[in-house]
Design a protein around this ligand. Sequence first.
Ligand code: ADQ
Length: 489
Amino acid sequence: RERVDGRPCRQRLLVVANRLPVSAVRRGEDSWSLEISAGGLVSALLGVKEFEARWIGWAGVNVPDEVGQKALTKALAEKRCIPVFLDEEIVHQYYNGYCNNILWPLFHYLGLPQEDRLATTRSFQSQFLAYKKANQMFADVVNKHYEEGDVVWCHDYHLMFLPKCLKEYNIKMKVGWFLHTPFPSSEIHRTLPSRSELLRSVLAADLVGFHTYDYARHFVSACTRILGLEGTPEGVEDQGRLTRVAAFPIGIDSDRFIRALEAAPVQDNIRELAERFKGRKVMLGVDRLDMIKGIPQKILAFEKFLEENPDWRDKVVLLQIAVPTRTDVPEYQKLTSQVHEIVGRINGRFGTLSAVPIHHLDRSLDFHALCALYAITDVALVTSLRDGMNLVSYEFVACQDTKKGVLILSEFAGAAQSLGAGAILVNPWNITEVAASIAQALNMPADEREKRHKHNFAHVTSHTAQEWAETFVSELNDTVVEAKLRTRQ
Ligand code: ADQ
């Protein structure tokens, strides 16, 4: 495509994800206020100059009336966002049900819910039907806005059915799909009643991407073992058609964090926090309150450390910041109570009238407060039981160029593959090992801390979110060219 003045237009990138990167609040019958959430993906794509990104997704609110839908669509258009309207029943069955109750735990090795083990149970089937219906609704919106030459990038486990729906509309559409969670071993995936249909739908994409080589390998094994297809070094082949499968490890917008550290409010916050925790080493956990993040295991390991190291009891504090998510799901409510109970018990056991060993906050922090916390931390504890990548570990490293603190990192986070050489890697299920690694981190000599930090800082600042997006999209473009060449041969 060319502009009237003869200069080439930037390629349009349609980014399709379950949620739009905005929070929408209704102010009146036809008025909305919108706030863009500046997550990693948003900054990643803003930074890519070659593309002009549009977002397609659910705005996170139920808008049953036409007036409201029209007004929201108009307001979102200014932010280059296009809404998919999902009603409450679909959200319940597709999002809370199939996505978060079935795929999310399964992909993190937590298995299928007991009552859904049989494909014949009504809830499983109706949730799967709702999942397909929701994916079709996303496809309808994409198709309506698609123009020749656009690239479509589908994100995550919510939209595994989307590549197939899109290719049914238009076989020439360039479609990529990226999974932000782990893809589990094929032996886990094969327990899913809809295992084959989902794999086939994903294979309709031209390019399928994962955070790590292991996840990509698991996906290819699932396709060969479950579907009987052929795995090649490039991907999966089905009757002469190749779906390219590869690893694209995500990163963060490290400059945004490094720059923020110089901002006056962050500097003030750093001074305040340093004063408040003077004389004590600060350990930090920042997670969504989700079972995959291993928060109870982390806190129990900290308790064991305090038990075994009485000299450290008044010299160290653990700050655990946990944003509540999926709060209407009973299992998440149970997790919140469990964490509160453990924190209360440990603070009762080791606290004094003037200080407690654990500060636990059930809330999100704003960007500046988060940067200040990362900067004053001596030891960050990331103990996910499974995690696609884990960006908290990257953000911590980006903010530590002065302090050169230590990262304790779960070997089951994708980040272990990239930050493993600088971090202390642990098995989060082994509480004794994590407790020992806390002692190792707190006692680590400065020269070793510096050496480890240098390795991780170099990685985090060179493998950025922007580079990740550029690589994925340029490979997607190449894939299509390759496919054309193959057809001509
Ligand atoms: P998440 O499971 O959300 O992402 P993560 O990668 O750590 O996990 O990203 C969390 C983001 O939320 C970070 O940017 C962090 O700063 C922010 N955050 C977390 N707790 C916060 C708090 N209390 N206050 C403010 N901000 C907070 C999914 C996958 C990951 C994968 C990413 C990206 O589960 O494995 O790395 O997508 O692909």
